[in-house]
Design a protein around this ligand. Structure first.
Ligand SMILES: *[C@@H]1O[C@H](CO)[C@@H](O)[C@H](O)[C@H]1NC(C)=O
Ligand SMILES: *[C@@H]1O[C@H](CO)[C@@H](O)[C@H](O)[C@H]1NC(C)=O
Ligand SMILES: *[C@@H]1O[C@H](CO)[C@@H](O)[C@H](O)[C@H]1NC(C)=O
Length: 534
């Protein structure tokens, strides 16, 4: 699309579509075309998902409260949706881009997401949410900068880099999807990519000037593996976790579990040469260890990289995470819990096929997005209460479109209990939550005595170590239909997710925007009339 057409389109869109987003805040327009294209990250030709011809997709850069108007043209021969990991979509779950909230964009059609980076800062990413597309690309970084004059607890870096890391398969995503559809497990990944570069001989490279400090926004956009990252000869100063500025602690290596995002500062304080950036798998037998390297290139470099990339940690320390920067801490520890939800899961077979679930229920999508069924009051699509608040892990798994009801403004304690030998990673859309505790073994009410009720970090994706639990507090101040899911993508695909329906009987536009004017309608919502804005 030519520049003028984009501008004209932007003007038209801004007059016709945008009525609910913060009209007084700045707008940023994006026009994205989704296609399949050949990529060679591991040296063999693969079918990748490109955005405007790029793999990974372009970064979204914006400022707190900016309106993001993203027109996505689906040129794949199948339905497609993008979702936004960590973007909270306040009052706006219709735009969340998961199957429970938004109709897939049909092949050859487009859909314009109308979103706002309301009250947020930090590092996040977007990804394709349907059909195991995530294994083919279509992801990219999201960075929300602070507004001018809002203090940031570190000087402006000389440059700000996105570092998307993730495990990767050489197999086509449709083949991986078929393996899962047959009810079998996926093989171990073939490698790790750094910004789309794997082991084909072209490493991701970041040019720095000696003496200057750089921000790296690291997200694990992979499918399953926890990864460890380190910069040869350099320290990383952790400054931000999924929207929270942290107390600045220095690390020589950092764990990034699947779905998580961190910002670190790296100062180019070493002799003028090139250094490795090493990313490798965690918690795997040494025969399965995967490592990929990128390059930290000094602009006045005298020497290419040499030696071996720095090895990962051997004695692994369980890390409950950083403390937030004390500015403006919110006294979540003084609020009374209205309800405790304990989520337990075990892999199991249903009808002879591998499935995963939560509290005895393995999620299956219905024919109609849940949010649309709710809005148009279409019965029989889902049932609130189709997943229990508690389980012990021994419940036989059954299939259902699991939706948990919750009251607007209630204050939830959610305990994730992992009874398995493998690490888990969980994400909640629509919210950031306080990570109040984690420990080995099973959770009991006396585990609460060790909670951090003072300065826990607020984030949206949290790991649960093997045979351990993690507890979070979440203030349900965002009405909508919100996906709570495993970030281990095969598990998410095979049912390890459900929706939290945060409901207010008032049904006021102050609490939730109405359905967007351009919403696509599908399933039993097809042909319904979108009401004019109130
Ligand atoms: C290696 O992969 C990158 C990213 O997909 C690509 O840009 C580059 O052309 C590939 N190089 C080779 C030699 O295949
Ligand atoms: C598709 O794009 C056109 C402009 O190219 C826009 O007017 C229209 O609203 C978009 N469709 C949807 C459903 O957002
Ligand atoms: C929490 O509950 C206690 C006892 O039920 C009560 O005294 C206190 O005021 C409550 N705190 C808040 C913040 O509502």
């Amino acid at each position: 699309m030519g520049k003028w057409r984009v501008m004209l389109w932007a003007v038209l869109v801004s007059h016709t579509l945008i009525e609910f987003v913060g009209a007084e805040d700045p707008y940023r327009f994006f026009d994205w075309t989704i296609t399949y294209g050949d990529i060679y990250p591991m040296g063999v030709k693969q079918r990748g998902i490109l955005i405007n011809g790029q793999f990974p997709g372009p970064d979204i850069e914006c400022v707190t409260n900016d309106n993001l108007i993203i027109n996505v043209h689906n040129n794949l021969p199948e339905p497609f949706l993008l979702s936004w990991n960590g973007l909270q979509q306040r009052r706006n779950s219709f735009e969340d881009g998961v199957y429970g909230t938004t109709c897939p964009i049909p092949p050859g059609k487009n859909f314009t997401y109308i979103m706002q980076a309301k009250d947020q800062i930090g590092s996040f990413y977007y990804f394709p949410s349907l059909s195991f597309h995530k294994a083919a690309g279509g992801f990219g970084g999201i960075r929300i900068l602070s507004r001018p004059r809002i203090p940031v607890p570190f000087p402006d870096p000389a440059a700000d880099f996105t570092l998307l890391i993730g495990d990767w398969y050489k197999s086509d995503h449709a083949r991986l999807r078929r393996i899962l559809d047959y009810g079998r497990m996926l093989p171990y990944p073939d490698g790790i990519l750094i910004n789309g570069h794997g082991t084909n001989g072209s490493a991701a490279s970041f040019t720095v000037e000696q003496g200057k400090t750089y921000r790296f926004r690291i997200s694990n956009v992979g499918l399953r593996n926890s990864l460890n990252i380190r910069f040869q000869g350099h320290k990383m100063k952790l400054v931000e976790v999924e929207g929270t500025h942290t107390l600045q602690t220095t690390y020589s290596s950092l764990d990034v579990h699947v779905g998580q995002s961190y910002s670190v500062l790296v100062t180019a304080d070493q002799p003028a040469q090139d250094f490795y950036i090493a990313v490798s798998t965690l918690f795997v037998a040494s025969k399965d260890l995967l490592t990929t390297t990128g390059i930290l290139h000094y602009s006045n470099s005298q020497k290419p990289v040499f030696g071996l990339p720095p090895p990962g940690p051997t004695n692994h320390i369980r890390w409950s995470g950083p403390r937030p920067n004390p500015q403006g801490s919110y006294h979540y520890g003084l609020i009374n819990i209205s309800r405790t939800v304990k989520l337990v899961n075990r892999p199991s077979q249903v009808n002879g096929k591998q499935r995963y679930g939560v509290n005895g229920v393995s999620f299956t999508p219905s024919d109609t997005p849940l949010k649309l069924a709710d809005f148009f009051k279409i019965d029989g699509v889902f049932r609130v209460g189709s997943i229990p608040d508690n389980a012990d892990g021994h419940e036989p798994l059954h299939l259902d479109t699991s939706v948990m009801g919750a009251d607007f403004r209630s204050f939830l304690e959610i305990v994730f209990e992992n009874q398995e030998k493998t690490i888990q990673s969980w994400h909640l859309d629509g919210y950031a939550f306080f990570v109040v505790g984690m420990d080995g073994g099973t959770w009991t009410t006396s585990s609460r005595t060790q909670y951090n009720l003072v300065d826990a970090v607020s984030r949206s994706t949290i790991q649960v170590y093997p045979r351990s639990w993690t507890a979070i507090y979440v203030s349900l101040d965002n009405v909508g239909m919100w996906n709570l899911r495993s970030e281990y993508w095969a598990r998410q695909y095979l049912g390890q997710q459900f929706y939290l329906r945060v409901y207010s009987p008032v049904e006021s536009p102050r609490d939730e925007y109405s359905i967007p004017k351009n919403a696509l309608l599908c399933g039993r919502a097809s042909g319904r009339t979108i009401p004019p804005p109130a």
